[in-house]
Structures are given as C-alpha cells and as structure tokens.
Design a protein around this ligand. Structure first.
Ligand SMILES: Nc1ncnc2c1ncn2[C@@H]1O[C@H](COP(=O)(O)OP(=O)(O)O)[C@@H](O)[C@H]1O
Ligand SMILES: Nc1ccn([C@H]2C[C@H](O)[C@@H](COP(=O)(O)OP(=O)(O)O)O2)c(=O)n1
Length: 411
C-alpha cells in the first residue's frame, strides 16, 4: 500500500512529486532531494486522519505552529501530502523538514516526542549506501526508533497527477454542497469552539422551501476592490432594491474568529452564511428586487483556489463536479462577475487605503492565486456568472449591468 502512494512537497508554491519503491531500477533522484547538500537530512511528518475530522484539522494547524516554534530556525519547513492517485479523500497532509548535520539531533528529539504523543507518521530520508540514491525510513511508532536501515524504501521521481492532489479532498472539506454537510461540521465544532454555538443559533431551523421570490435577485461578484460596493449601492438606488451583504451582517461578530480556523471549519462558516442570506433573500425578494454583494461563487472560488496551489492548470478541470451549485441553495436570477486589470485593481486598493484580510493580502502578492480565484469563478455553473469589465467609470459599469439585468430579468 505504501508503495502505491505518491508524496508531494510544496516548494515556493509549486508541488514536487516522489514515490517509494522496494527495489531501485536506476531512476533519478527526485527533485526535492537533488539540491540537498551532503550530510543534510530530510523528514516527513504526516497527520493520520482520525474519525474526528475537526480534531484532525485543528491538529494539523497546531502542528505547524509547534514545528515553527520548536524547530531550529535553520530547518526548512514545507507543506507536504501523500495520496493515492485518482482516489477520492485519500489525501493525508503533513510537513516536510530539511535540516543539516547540526540540526538533526534537535529535529529528531522533537519528532520522537511527537510520534509518541500525537497521531503522526514520521519518516526520515537519507542517502543510500552508494551515496547516489535516497531512501525513506519509516519510524517505528512504539519505540520512536528508526526501523532497520536495510528495510528502507528507495525514493524515486513520480509523474505529476492530472490535477493537484488537494482536489481529491475538496468536496465537503473545502466546499460544501448542502446545508447538512456544512451544518454537521459546525455542530461538531460546538463542543470545542464556543463561537460555533453562537453561529448554530443564528441558522434557519431547516433549509426552507420558500416560494421563489417575485422579484429578481442579482449577485455581484469579483475580487476585492473591483467595485462591488460601489456598484451594489448604485443598483440599490436605481432599482429601489434591497441590498444584502454576504456573509450576512448577523455573522459579523464571528467572522474574524472563523477566519483563523482551519479551512474545514472556516469554509463551513461561510457556506452556512449563504443559507442565512438565502433565507433573507426569500423574504426581501417578495417585496423588492434584491442585490447581493458576494454569494456562493465567492465561497467556492476562494476555497478551491486556496486548497490548490500553483498555476491555473492545477485546478479541477472545467465541468468538474467541484464547480456545481449546491442543489439545496437558492439560485439567483443573475450573477455578475466584475473583472479588472491587476494594476488598476491595485491602484483602487491603494486609493481606498483600507486594511485587507490575509486572503486579500495574498491576492496582492500572489498573482497565481488571483488567477486561480478568477478562473474558479468562471467555471462555477448553475448559475454561471456573466463577466463585466469593471475598468470603465462607475457610471458606465452601472449602465452595462443595468442592460444585463433588463435583458435577463425583465425589470
Ligand atoms: N468604475 C470605477 N472606476 C474607478 N474607481 C472605482 C470604480 N468603482 C469603484 N471604484 C473605486 O475603487 C475602490 C474599490 O471599490 P469598492 O466598490 O469598494 O470595491 P469592492 O467592494 O469590490 O471591494 C473604491 O475606492 C471605489 O471608489
Ligand atoms: N459569501 C461569501 C462571501 C465572502 N467569502 C469569503 C471569500 C474571501 O475569503 C473573503 C472575501 O470577503 P471580503 O469581505 O474580504 O471582500 P470585500 O471586502 O467584500 O471585497 O470572504 C465567502 O467565502 N463567501
């Protein structure tokens, strides 16, 4: 089983793959080990997935903090995973450590301690006797000792899978496709996160099968500073509409807390926010048109783009079930995606001069992340978004969107 797994190490935002084999057939040394200096040693710490997903997700985050705090500063820490290609939910996450001869003792002390107290699988990597190849040694779980060197596996390069390994675990870990799936996560959090209890109290008792609103519901999407607030305010005034922010205002006191939680919990929070918004849309949409500032497109696109690293081609392919709209979530009449040239977006951000979320900071620095979010927006279907260039003046953007609304929603 171990030999059919592929290992992935993220270096500078790009994944490098290797596998392990009992026999060596003269393959190259995997990229991850090629630049390692003589006498350097590497380690992997993978977190076992327990039945308690919340515990596993929390532990993964805490493990990073612990390693960063307790490892020698020269030790390099990279995200790592192990997976079975094409097998859904087979991804196991962890960290890859690179140390030198001075740091190997403190690293090994720390890892020995971890393996005895925490749900982790530790391996070390060192050059084989011939000095050319590298071998992987799984640590014994009981005695925290390295297993017999003769039983080490050889590490060999592995082909990149068709899509980024994180895509194997996206469904119901990063993106939730029903109220019940997201609710289940929040409910389980209730025992360990007091804020989760407060969120549960705000949720509609069930996803109500409300009648379709009489008036059109228009969602405005786009990266930060593309002009959503400006446009939604103008649409509200022009159409006499109700404007609803997303996540809904009632969740504001809890948002900062959930932004600090691991993806499983954080994304469940945003997913549930959409169901609260849907409830409000159902009520308001009986009396006026409704404009919504962000909705499910944002929830799914940011989650997918964060789970996957590297270039846009690492995203799940177009048409993947990952991009499908949840069957129990209200579908708006029209979703408009505002797009903007990156330089103009930065100029608007600077002019606005406000603080940004960590994710928005990331958007600024990481152009690949921005491209992944935008592409994920475009791939979501049911309803798909209609792209509008947000670079003209605010009034021209408004006129353009009004044309779309009148064409689609008979207003
Ligand atoms: N069409 C536009 N042309 C020029 N500046 C704009 C336009 N739309 C918005 N802005 C300005 O860009 C900044 C970001 O707009 P905002 O509506 O706050 O974006 P978002 O809500 O998407 O973050 C604001 O300072 C706003 O005044
Ligand atoms: N319905 C929503 C709304 C926002 N989100 C998430 C997606 C991003 O992480 C942030 C972006 O929200 P933020 O308030 O920073 O964006 P704006 O300031 O409105 O442009 O929130 C979500 O997941 N689902």
């Amino acid at each position: 089983m171990w030999c059919s797994r592929v290992f992935s190490v993220e270096l500078n935002g790009a994944p490098f793959y290797f596998a392990v084999k009992e026999k060596h057939l003269g393959e190259d040394v995997p990229r991850v080990f090629r630049d390692v200096q003589n006498r350097d040693k590497c380690y992997s710490v993978l977190v076992y997935c327990s039945r308690d997903r919340i515990k596993t997700a929390k532990f993964y985050g805490e493990l990073k903090d612990k390693l960063l705090r307790d490892l020698p500063p020269e030790c390099r820490l990279s995200p790592m995973s192990s997976f079975l290609p094409k097998v859904r939910d087979s991804l196991v996450k962890g960290y890859f450590l690179k140390g030198n001869s001075d740091t190997s003792s403190p690293i090994e002390r720390l890892l020995s301690d971890l393996i005895q107290h925490d749900p982790v699988l530790v391996c070390s990597y060192s050059p084989a006797e011939d000095g050319q190849q590298w071998t992987q040694h799984m640590w014994s779980e009981t005695a925290s000792q390295v297993m017999d060197v003769a039983k080490g596996y050889y590490v060999v390069p592995s082909e990149a899978p068709e899509y980024h390994p994180s895509t194997l675990n996206i469904i119901n870990s990063d993106v939730f496709y029903s109220f019940d799936e997201a609710y289940d996560v929040m409910k389980k959090c209730g025992d360990i996160i007091p804020e989760a209890k407060a969120v549960l109290e705000l949720l509609p008792s069930r996803v109500e099968a409300r009648n379709k609103p009489d008036f059109p519901v228009i969602v405005i999407e786009g990266l930060d500073a593309t002009g959503k607030t400006t446009l939604t305010e103008s649409l509200k005034d022009t159409l006499g509409a109700t404007l609803l922010p997303s996540p809904p205002e009632c969740l504001s006191p809890w948002r900062a807390h959930f932004d600090q939680e691991p993806p499983l919990i954080r994304r469940a929070f945003y997913a549930l926010g959409n169901y609260i918004s849907a409830d409000q849309i159902g009520l308001k949409g009986m009396k006026t048109p409704v404009i919504v500032d962000r909705f499910w497109h944002s929830t799914a696109a940011y989650a997918i783009a964060t789970a996957v690293s590297g270039p846009v081609c690492n995203l799940p392919g177009e048409g993947s079930e990952v991009y499908c709209w949840p069957s129990d979530l209200f579908q708006p009449s029209l979703v408009v995606l505002l797009t903007l040239d990156p330089e103009e977006r930065k100029r608007r951000l600077r002019n606005r001069g406000q603080g940004k979320t960590d994710e928005e900071e990331e958007l600024d620095h990481n152009q690949l992340f921005r491209l992944r979010v935008e592409e994920a927006y475009r791939r979501i279907s049911g309803p798909a978004c209609v792209t509008v260039d947000a670079s003209p003046s605010a009034d021209r953007v408004l006129q353009q969107v009004l044309l779309l609304i009148r064409g689609k929603c008979h207003l």
